[in-house]
Every structure is written in C-alpha cells, then in structure tokens.
Design a protein around this ligand. Sequence first.
Ligand code: NDP
Length: 279
Amino acid sequence: MSTTNSTNVPDQYAVFGNPIAHSKSPLLHKAFAKQCGQHLSYGAILAPFDQFEATLKTFIEHGGRGANVTLPFKLEAYSLCSILTPRAQAAGAVNTLWFEHGQIFGDNTDGCGLIRDIVNNAGFALKDKRVLLCGAGGAARGAVLPLLECQPAELIIANRSMDKAQELLIEFQNHGTLTAVPFEQLQGPFDIIINATSASISAQRPAIPDSAIKTDTLAYDMMYAAQPTPFMQHAAQLGAITRDGWGMLVEQAAEAFFMWRGVRPVTKELLIRENLPAG
Ligand code: NDP
C-alpha cells in the first residue's frame, strides 16, 4: 500500500481487542517504526464486545490507516473486509487490516509469524516431519495452510471438540496430508507439537498422551507468558525442547508492518522480550 504522507501528522494505526490493555503490539510497532524510520502512531483501542464494527469505522473516519485485530474480533473483522489476501481467505479470520479508497483490506499474518518463528528463529524444519496441531480455533485455523505449505510428512489436528477439527479437515483436505484425531487416539511420537489451544490461559494443558513426545520433539505453545506454560513444563519433563509464542507475536507483527509500510523490520533483537522498550 502507499505510504506517502505529505503532512506532519503521523499515519495512524491501532490494535483492537477486548481486553486490550495487555497487548504488546503498540510497543512492537513503535519499535519497528523507529527502526525503519516510519512516521506513524500506534495505539490500543478497547472495542465493546457488540461494537467492534462501529469502533473500527470511527477510527477509519478519523483517518486511521490500518489496524491489528485480536480476540475476540478476528472473525468479525474478516466479515467486514471487501478484499482479502489468499491466506486470510483460507484462514477465515484476519488480524491485519488496512483502509484504502473506501475499502477494507484484510490479511492474516499469524500463520506466517508461526512458521518464521519455528523455522528461521528456532531452526526447526517442518518438511517431512510429523506435526501435531492442537486446537481448532482461530489461531489453529490461521496455521493450517502455512503449515501444509511447508510439506510436513503428516499434519494431524487434535481438538477437544472433534466437530471443529473435522471442519478444518474438510476445508483444507485438498491442500495436503491432513488428519483429525481425538487426543486419546493420538499415535506418537511427533517431531513438532504446536499448542494452539487456549488451555494455557487457564493454566491447563491439552490432553496429549506422553507417548506423543520424544526427547527432541519441539513443543511449541502459541501463548507467551513470563513463566513456561503447563504444556511446556510437562513436555520439558519428558525431554522435549520447548518454546512459547513470543517469537510468533513478533513475527506476525513484523509481517503486518511490512504489509502496511512496504518495509520489513529486522526482528532479531525483539525476539528477546527484555529488549522491548517500555512504553
Ligand atoms: P479460540 O478461542 O479461537 O480457540 C480456542 C481453542 O482452544 C479451541 O480449539 C478450544 O477447543 C481449545 N481449548 C480451550 N481450552 C482448552 C482446554 N482446557 N483443553 C483443550 N483445549 C482447549 O482461541 P485462539 O485460537 O484465538 O487462541 C489460541 C491460543 O493461541 C491462545 O493461547 C492465544 O493466546 C494464542 N495466540 C497466540 C498468538 C501469538 O502471536 N503468539 C496469535 C494468536 C493466538 P474447543 O473447540 O473444544 O472449545
């Protein structure tokens, strides 16, 4: 998209969610803007649960150029877009919006952020590996196509509610080798296990059998927190290599920044979360 701005007013961006106070997106994007010499502001906007559309439209009317969207609005944001990138279309959810010529454009950078973090940052190949994706919500949905594009030997989806896992299977079955299996029927071990459930938020872990984990399994939790999540702690006890979703957060933000501004920030320093400048 065009980044021309002939005034001194910074281009406005914001993240929308509910809750939103915890979001690190403003700090990440401010750091990217400084690094890339981009003149922009980036705020955090709390949208009432039933007023996402109205809140977004007010932002656009006041000159907003683009936005990130987080829980619980990714599906609603998808439905408001007039133009979607192929990966947003496949995911059925968007986390990145921009506004041009009276139209809302939507993208989903979550899956791309996940893959970059696993492959480039953590150094794990996905090609020809047995990969288990736990969960079938918005985050898992955004990850399926990017994971399949890496050509794993197998991609297995396990979810508490099997009907949702089956839905993903039907939607993506033509894109690669994909299976949906209940947790209790999983046949391990796996090379990479991605926890895309929200179990960690309530200090729980998905019911993955211990046999799914071997000593060099990468146990990746999309959630990030100050302490390892219960899933990561349990996997580490079984000898797995663990990683949380901080790097995914940084990479999805960098990809959104690239979509908006046409320049790609270097993420290396921010992968160490202590390097994130305070607000
Ligand atoms: P959703 O609410 O869309 O989906 C939640 C999923 O978790 C469902 O599959 C649900 O299963 C499952 N689930 C919830 N509780 C449990 C439990 N106790 N045991 C097993 N499964 C459970 O959430 P999202 O997909 O948006 O987010 C999932 C996770 O990914 C969150 O932790 C979020 O923070 C993280 N995330 C991280 C990002 C990053 O950049 N690092 C980006 C996006 C998300 P069921 O269908 O049976 O209800």
